[in-house]
Design a protein around this ligand. Structure first.
Ligand SMILES: Cc1cc2nc3c(=O)[nH]c(=O)nc-3n(C[C@H](O)[C@H](O)[C@H](O)COP(=O)(O)O)c2cc1C
Length: 216
């Protein structure tokens, strides 16, 4: 088994990392290419889930699970409610980390980067790709509903379903999409017959990537 060693940069002529630490196949010097082989194709969107970590308004880290709406080859998209805590935190500090874990494949991917709102077109397309349940949730999931009794929440949910039956409401005005542009991508691979290891890529000024091999 070839384990990647040392460090390098993705400038032309620089050798790529030798392998992803488990397979002996060459690893792309561009982590976005490697990410594309780990993440589902756009047609499979949305999913999988990921932990989205932000800088809380109190300075402490904040984290929660969200769906990966789309990886467009450059950015990771996610969607939420514009009134949410995460939206306020991203407005204050537009930086985040996302952590994806595939236990069955012994893989973890951590992506750190800059976050910006997506276009209206992208946000609408992501809403259209959501399940009917999640589309309805985007309309009714507010503070008043959260504080209501379970019985009243069920009643309001059923009433919303009756009212919207057969209509294409589109996203509510509170539907908010964001995209994370990576500056650091860390690919972790586990193995049963070897130590786990990581390939850590850093985007350099000018856009090329440097890489290092990190212990598990
Ligand atoms: C499996 C799973 C998937 C979720 N997907 C989303 C999502 O795509 N967008 C979202 O806003 N919240 C999603 N949530 C809810 C968030 O984890 C979180 O509770 C909510 O967004 C409020 O977060 P905030 O107060 O930190 O802004 C999901 C929760 C779970 C358990």
């Amino acid at each position: 088994m070839t384990v990647p060693r040392g460090a390098g940069v993705s400038d032309p002529g620089t050798p790529a990392p030798a392998s992803d630490g488990v397979d002996d196949a060459p690893v792309p010097t561009d982590p976005l290419v490697l990410a594309a082989s780990w993440l589902p194709a756009a047609a499979d969107a949305p999913g999988p889930t990921m932990t989205l970590s932000t800088v809380g308004l109190d300075g402490y880290p904040d984290a929660r699970t969200v769906l990966l709406s789309l990886f467009d080859g450059e950015r990771l998209h996610f969607h939420t409610d514009s009134r949410s805590r995460k939206a306020a935190e991203l407005a204050a500090v537009p930086r985040a980390a996302v952590t994806l874990h595939w236990p069955e494949a012994a893989r973890q991917l951590v992506v750190v980067g800059d976050v910006a709102p997506v276009s209206d077109h992208e946000a609408r397309a992501a809403y259209a790709a959501r399940t009917p349940y999640l589309q309805a949730l985007a309309w009714v999931n507010d503070h008043a509903s959260a504080a209501d009794t379970p019985a009243r929440r069920r009643k309001a949910w059923a009433a919303f379903g009756r009212e919207r039956a057969g209509t294409d409401l589109g996203p509510p005005s509170t539907w908010a999409g964001f995209a994370l542009t990576p500056v650091r991508m860390v690919f972790w691979r586990g193995a049963t017959d070897a130590a786990s290891n990581r390939l850590a890529y850093h985007r350099r000024a000018g856009g090329s990537w440097s890489w290092e091999s990190w212990p598990g």
